[in-house]
Design a protein around this ligand. Structure first.
Ligand code: NAD
Length: 412
């Protein structure tokens, strides 16, 4: 909540002549705690016929803008405070994207790799059995998150249908396409990041053809790399957990992905592509380029390396890749950061499209999904830029202010 206090302080500074308390008091009071904090125990019959009890959660943080929306994560370290923080984050993320959804998050404390497929299915169905009363297309719409797959979402949607008779399928998103999932969900986050970048590129002073460095070669990083290349930019650096590759003439991503598929890593690719050099992940972040795209995991740009970042701008596709200390340093160095809450909101936006299609009984083409995604993200990116300029703040603070304004407007 420290971020919330900071946003309020900035908003107060930018409000000349108006009683600032009117802007924030009821809103902040509401947002300090979730609407509902639900903990459940889920008994599961294991394959050896013993019963094991798992702890599960659903935090319904705020539904001012629409039904609670947010993923369910399965992880041994998942606990209620983490889920609560993520549910608050979803409240802001949906508001930034400008979609009619509120914020929620769920989870189960479990290492899914230690369960058989049958145990995993019984656990997932158990989560729904305990929570079916509070879920629903107009109440609470869960999605996948860490370690929850389209197959798990299909089990959950099926269990919900059995219990309630609801046939819309709109209570769970992230389902397989043949079971009501949306076209385009796979590349949505990487592609959405590109749309946001494209809307802001000229404003943040980047050239028409950018040299791009991407950290991460998973779903988000690999899709983003391909989209940047398809739009005439050059990806000069990219990495996975084992290290990175740098080629000033541009990396052939398809060839690199093929190499990684065969060998399990990008390391060693310089023997295939003689113009490229191997780099460590630390070196990769500090390469000279127009745009740096952290797309792997959190806290990779910190107080200790922020001063050495040479990119002209940063697009945060991972969640929380820049620490608050590094954020201040980058702001002082005049390196614009397009914040995660906007840059990676393509995923949740297509989740909202899935819900919308299910409720209307429609199935949109991939082209239609991408067109709608571009319109929504371009609009939010431009509004955030205007807000940041008006307030004299970073794009991140501009995004927070826009999110809080949207919630406050609706709350009135
Ligand atoms: P993923 O698991 O598919 O890929 C992660 C990538 O990061 C892999 O290439 C992995 O090798 C790399 N990586 C892991 N450890 C690393 C390290 N130490 N150094 C460099 N690279 C490392 O995950 P993803 O779905 O692509 O998600 C990436 C980030 O984007 C995460 O922060 C996630 O929360 C965020 N995000 C994802 C989505 C989505 O739709 N998938 C939506 C919003 C945000």
């Amino acid at each position: 909540m420290a971020q919330l206090d900071k946003v309020v302080a900035i908003k107060n500074l930018t409000e000349r002549g108006g009683p600032s308390s009117l802007w924030h008091a009821p809103l902040i009071a509401r947002l300090r705690a979730p609407d509902r904090d639900i903990r459940i125990s889920i008994p599961v019959e294991m394959d050896d016929e013993t019963i094991q009890i798992f702890e599960g959660y659903r935090i319904e943080y705020n539904n001012t803008l629409g039904p609670y929306k947010g993923g369910i994560r399965y992880h041994p370290d998942t606990e209620v405070n983490e889920v609560k923080a993520l549910a608050f984050w979803m409240t802001l993320k949906c508001a930034v994207a400008g979609i009619p959804m509120g914020g929620g998050k769920g989870g189960i404390t479990v290492d899914p790799k230690k369960l058989s497929k049958g145990e995993l299915e019984r656990l997932s169905r158990g989560w729904v059995q305990r929570l079916s009363d509070i879920l629903g297309p107009h109440k609470d719409v869960p999605a996948p998150d860490l370690n929850t797959t389209p197959e798990i979402m299909a089990w959950m949607a099926d269990e919900y249908k059995k219990i309630t008779g609801d046939k819309t399928g709109a209570t769970f998103t992230g389902k397989p396409i043949d079971q009501g999932g949306s076209e385009g969900r796979g590349p949505a986050t990487g592609l959405g990041g590109f749309y946001v970048f494209d809307a802001l590129r000229a404003e943040v002073g980047l050239p028409q053809k950018c040299r791009v460095v991407i950290q991460g070669l998973g779903n988000v990083g690999s899709n983003a790399a391909q989209v940047f290349i398809d739009h005439g930019h050059i990806v000069v650096g990219i990495s996975d957990s084992k290290g990175g590759i740098y080629n000033p003439n541009g990396i052939d991503i398809k060839k690199l992905l093929e190499y990684k598929k065969n060998t399990g890593a990008t390391a060693g690719f310089s023997k295939e592509d003689l113009n490229s050099k191997e780099k460590t992940n630390a070196e990769l972040l500090e390469l000279e380029c127009d745009l740096l795209v952290p797309a792997a995991f959190e806290n990779v740009i910190m107080g200790s390396n922020a001063m050495r970042i040479k990119a002209k701008a940063i697009l945060e596709l991972a969640n929380g890749p820049i620490t608050p200390e590094a954020d201040e340093i980058l702001f002082r160095k005049n390196i614009p950061v397009v914040p995660d809450i906007l840059a990676n909101s393509g995923g949740v936006t297509v989740s909202y499209f899935e819900w919308d299609q299910n409720l209307k009984g429609e199935h949109w083409s991939e082209e239609e999904v991408f067109d709608k995604l571009r319109i929504i993200l371009e609009d939010s990116a431009k509004k955030i830029l205007t807000q940041a300029k008006q307030s004299g703040t970073s794009l991140r603070m501009g995004a927070f202010i826009l999110a809080l304004e949207r919630i406050r407007e609706k709350m009135k």
